[in-house]
Ligand binder design. Structure first.
Ligand SMILES: Cc1ncc(COP(=O)(O)O)c(C=O)c1O
Length: 490
């Protein structure tokens, strides 16, 4: 179903989980089940902090409220409405972040030893999934925009080459869009994959709105993808950690549910579930207007930032018909190196000097998340703070490094490396060895090193530079990132 052209049927006005919770509350049922706080009465401090309405619906699964692991009533109905709203054959409510949806997609498509084609600039959850299921990555190395220092989409010819060299691959995974708003030619990649009997999995963590807004890049389901992981808690407005996994008609939904249940809690939070239900209803009924407003706001802020000078808030002018097939204009990504500051430095200054928290800063760029919740006065504050940062802190840019995509040498699978016998070495002594853990800046959470990859001088220099500039580094066992685990004897 094309949700962009079809008027929503009246059932999109209902929110079955929310309505069941409202009914349940009216009944004043006496709880002799978990959670033990018993509608907050057993933990007054928590109840005062979160509010009575919140704790009163923090309940466990029961017949009238259904069960996320085996939905047969209100959750099932809510999932069907979500599928319809996104133009999918089926949808699952996910309560462990988009991470759990990404992992379930990969594990549904691949088993031990299967190959999966994917760009290297994926979120850590994708490579984590490979550690869990033992699939083997075939990386399509993304092109870089040299000036911006960002990885672009997958070009069609590179995907074709990867398919030709690895025809036995089971699936192709695509980011739609990347954190910065870059989209690959998803429709053509879907056609190519299906022609070769491969499934298309889409990490749509940053693209929930694509199914609802007009004149935005194509959504995964509209492009004919088989599965998509959609962060409702990002642009969709639901509570943090809540997410959707969407499926097309070719996916065995029963098997996919079993995969999800391998790791899913048996005590799904009704706060998260009802927030998904209500947010889906809101997007289905009002999404077109909401994302028109977000687009207009983002366009306004972008043009004002570009007037400041030296900053570059990039947009559709980057489109090149291939590795930047489309651009999501709701993303407000700004290149900062020309004011003489790394993105992460601007990110820190905005918080420390101006009490403004943006989504992330990396070596060369910042990303401010714009949403329907933003007020005009707040965006004006962001614009003037950026102007002031340039005036107060801007310096000559000659000492700055441009972010580089480092083409990894994959020596062994993420799973083998992760579980191999390892040794911990001071980071400088690891050059030439094979890493057995992740290193990344978070956000965006794209690994600089993943398990199974050769550690090089350039990679260590990059990690040291990112650390020095103040990027939040995560991944290794050693929280100070002074030592790294490498495979013993290799
Ligand atoms: C591209 C991408 N995929 C997946 C995720 C995982 O989402 P979550 O934090 O909801 O688990 C993120 C998180 O930022 C992401 O950026």
């Amino acid at each position: 179903m094309d949700t962009k052209d079809t008027p929503y049927c009246s059932s999109q006005k209902s929110a079955p989980i929310y309505e069941a919770l409202e009914q349940f509350k009216k009944k004043r049922v006496v709880p002799f089940d978990v959670p033990g706080h018993k509608r907050g009465r057993g933990n007054p401090e928590l109840a005062a902090f979160l509010g009575e309405r919140c704790v009163s619906i923090d309940v466990n699964s029961m017949k009238p409220l259904d069960n996320l692991c085996h939905p047969v009533s209100v959750i099932r109905e809510a999932e069907q409405l979500a599928a319809q709203a996104f133009g999918a054959a089926n949808a699952f409510f996910m309560v462990n972040g988009t991470t759990s949806a990404v992992q379930a997609m990969v594990q549904t498509a691949c088993k031990q030893g299967d190959k999966i084609i994917l760009p290297r600039n994926v979120h850590r959850s994708v490579i984590n999934a490979l550690v869990l299921c033992g699939a083997e990555p075939v990386y399509v190395n993304p092109e870089m925009d040299k000036r911006l220092g960002i990885a672009l989409g997958m070009s069609l010819s590179q995907v074709e080459k990867a398919i030709k060299e690895n025809p036995e691959s089971k699936a192709i995974l695509v980011n739609n869009p990347t954190y910065y708003g870059i989209c690959s030619d998803l429709r053509s990649i879907v056609q190519l994959a299906h022609k070769h009997n491969m499934l298309i999995l889409v990490d749509e963590a940053h693209g929930t709105h694509l199914s609802f807004g007009k004149d935005l890049p194509v959504s995964a389901m509209e492009a004919g993808a088989d599965m998509a992981a959609v962060s409702m808690h990002k642009s969709g407005g639901s509570l943090t950690q809540s997410s959707f996994m969407l499926m097309g008609p070719a996916v065995n939904v029963g098997y996919a549910r079993q995969i999800v249940n391998l790791t899913q809690t048996t005590s799904a939070s009704y706060l998260l579930l009802s927030s998904l239900d209500l947010s889906r209803r809101n997007l289905a009924l009002n999404g077109e207007r909401i994302f028109r407003e977000v687009k207009e706001l983002a366009e306004y802020v972008r043009s004002e930032i570009n007037k400041i000078g030296d900053y570059y808030a990039f947009s559709k002018e980057l489109i090149n018909g291939d590795s930047i097939y489309d651009f999501d204009v709701t993303k407000l990504s700004v290149h900062t190196l020309d004011i003489g500051l790394a993105g992460i430095e601007v990110y820190d200054l905005l918080r420390d000097e101006y009490d403004i928290q943006i989504e992330f800063g990396d070596i060369g760029n910042i990303l401010a998340y714009v949403s329907v919740g933003d007020r005009k006065q707040d965006v004006e504050r962001l614009i003037s703070a950026l102007a002031e940062i340039r005036r107060r802190f801007g310096i000559d840019k000659s000492s700055l490094v441009t972010q580089e995509y480092i083409d990894p040498e994959v020596v062994t699978t993420p799973q083998f490396a992760f579980y191999a016998e390892k040794e911990s070495l001071p980071i400088r002594e690891t050059v030439g060895r094979v890493c057995s853990e992740f290193v990344m800046c978070y956000p965006p959470g794209i690994p600089i090193l993943a398990p199974g990859e050769r550690i090089t001088e350039d990679i260590i220099t990059y990690i040291e530079y990112a650390k020095e500039k103040g990027c939040s580094m995560t991944g290794p066992e050693d929280l100070d990132i002074e030592r790294l685990n490498v495979i013993k004897g290799v």
